[in-house]
Structures are given as structure tokens and as C-alpha cells.
Design a protein around this ligand. Sequence first.
Ligand SMILES: NC(=O)c1ccc[n+]([C@@H]2O[C@H](COP(=O)([O-])OP(=O)(O)OC[C@H]3O[C@@H](n4cnc5c(N)ncnc54)[C@H](O)[C@@H]3O)[C@@H](O)[C@H]2O)c1
Length: 350
Amino acid sequence: MAAKENNLNIVALCDLIPASMADKIAKCGLPADIKQYTDYKQMLEEEDLDLVAIATESGKHAAIALDCIEKGINVIIEKPIALSLEDADAIIAAAEKKGVKVCACHQNRFNKSIQKIREALEQGRFGRLFHGAAHIRWNRGRSYYEQASWRGTWEQDGGALMNQCIHNIDLLRWMMGDEITEVFAYTDRLNHDYIEAEDLGIALIKFKNGAYGIIEGTTNVYPANLEETLYLFGEKGTVKAGGQSVNIIEEWIFADQADNPEVVKAEYGENPPNIYGFGHKPLYADMIEAIRNKRKPYVDAEAGRRAIELVLAIYKSAAEGKSVVFPLDKCATVDFFGRFSKHYYGHAMR
Ligand SMILES: NC(=O)c1ccc[n+]([C@@H]2O[C@H](COP(=O)([O-])OP(=O)(O)OC[C@H]3O[C@@H](n4cnc5c(N)ncnc54)[C@H](O)[C@@H]3O)[C@@H](O)[C@H]2O)c1
């Protein structure tokens, strides 16, 4: 839909399941005779493409992205861009070599609320940041996992943190200054014994700038999604974004009193129809401009890597029962195969 909303010339669709393409054609009002492929490699051979959006199961993102990049095609990769740091590094290196753009689809960065907070941060209105907190208190039930067998698997998805919580994890890291020294975490699978990965993660982060971060992410909240919140606490400012997916500004307090908090809350709060929000359209618009103007996209592959690095560090810390020092080198979701089975005795199963 975001491609259509940005007036892109959508020349082809690809899905293993033709009915899924028919569904997209109907939902997005695409021409019924649009080219359709079930083999993406054939599509890359036959079509002259400037941009491919990759939205398959997460474990397939990297291989498809690398094939596109090899052909000199720019890519928007749904989050998470890959499930291993090796794959993320390969994407970054290949894109650099081929001179193509890679955008990581962390669309919440374009929420009006988040853009406003980022502006205040860049203007230095918080002063020194002390700590930030990201809460993702959501619900996913059996029917969600039954819709697609890849969900909740180590090979194709990861758990609540890698799938549902990664947007807010990305926001916290980005706002707090990106550079991390250390992470300590617990993860568990308390309520979904039919998936492989975690449904709860709790993490403490030490940033290089001396600030701290807290992450609490879960898909266990009874009986439905409750909230996704991001708090930033600085020496001269306190902000809370909330709502179902950080679309609303709930607290806006700054020592400089440069604006009226009630006006900011009213102007920069949105109430989207679903948790995905309105960010896809501006994210695609930014990527189009990045390609046209030969600049980096606002959310590039490095940003996508930083988000998965933090999630993988949380997995590693929880599995090893000790803190993980950054930067993280090689790590992948498949390292945690069997993590919540009775027979798990330690890390590194691959
Ligand atoms: N940015 C967001 O807010 C957001 C929201 C939902 C999902 N996602 C991400 O999007 C991805 C897809 O999630 P979903 O819930 O839509 O999954 P899904 O299972 O509903 O859809 C995945 C589709 O990919 C197709 N596919 C698989 N392998 C393929 C291949 N080799 N070639 C072509 N098509 C192929 C499948 O047939 C299926 O139709 C995941 O990575 C997920 O994390 C992002």
C-alpha cells in the first residue's frame, strides 16, 4: 500500500502463494493484469526494477536482499532485516560494493510523535539523558501463530523481542545515542509452549554516554494489546510516548518551556487504525528520495543491524546468565535452538 500511496509504478508482485497476490491486488487496488511471479529470482531476471520491498518471513530476508543487491536493485527490507549479524553485515557490505540503498522498515521512526521527540532531542532540549524505557505490552494468541507456521521459530522469526518489540527497541537505542557498552537480560517463554522462542524479555542496558535503558517486551498481556510506550528522562526534559504503538505524546515537560505541552500533545498525537501506524508511507517516500538524491535513507541497513544486535545481545545474555559486552560479533537466532526446551544446557547450539 505504501508503494501505491507514493505513486510508485508497481510493475510486479511475487509470492509463493498466488492467492496472497490476488489478495494484495484487491486490497491495494492494483491492476488485475499486473505481472505476478512465484519465483523471485525469475522476477529479478525478467523485470527491470529500481526497488524491491521484501516482506517474507524474517529468516528469508537476507538471502532475497542479497540477490536483489547483486543485481543492483535497491531494497526496503521489513524488520528485522536479518536474523544473524553475519547476514546483516553481508547486506551492508554488498550494498556498499554495489552502490545500492538499503532501508530497514522501522516505520515507527516516522510517527509524528517520534519525529517530534527526535527533534527535541536533536535540539538538546533534554540536556544530558539519564535513562530511557521501552515497554511493549502486547498480546499474541494461538490463532496468530497458527496463521503462519514460521512465526515464533528460531530459524525464521525469533520471539516477541525480535518480531513484535523490535520497533520500540530500535527507537530506544536510537534515542539514547546508539552506542551501547553492556546488556543484561532475562527472557522466558511463559505462555506460548507451542512456539520455540520467548514471549517475555526484560533487559537493562548501559549506554556509552553514561545513560541507562530498560526494555520490557511481551506478547503475554491479558487479554489484548495494552500499550507500547517510550520514556526519555533527561536533566531538563521528561517525555512519554504511549498509545498502542507510541503514536501519542502523553508527557511533554521541558525546562525551556519552548512550547505548550497541550498543543504539542494535540498536534503530534495520532490514532491509527492498527498497530502498524502511518509510518510506512513516509518511510517509502524517504527511500524514494534517497535513491533519487543519492543519499542514505533515514533508516538504513546499519540502523537495522543495530536493532537486531541489541535483540541478539538480550538473547545471549539471557541464555548465558551474564551480561554481554558490546559490540556483539557473531550471533544469530538459530544459536538459541532449544533454549526453552527441558534439555537446554547452554548457549551455541549451532
Ligand atoms: N513493519 C511492520 O510493522 C511489520 C508488520 C508485520 C510484519 N512485518 C514483517 O513482515 C514480514 C512478513 O510478515 P507477515 O506477518 O506478513 O508474514 P506472512 O506469513 O503473512 O506473509 C509472508 C509472505 O511471504 C511469502 N513468501 C515466503 N517466501 C517467499 C519467497 N521466497 N518468495 C516470495 N514470497 C515468499 C509467503 O508466501 C507469504 O505470503 C516479517 O518479516 C515480519 O516481521 C513487519
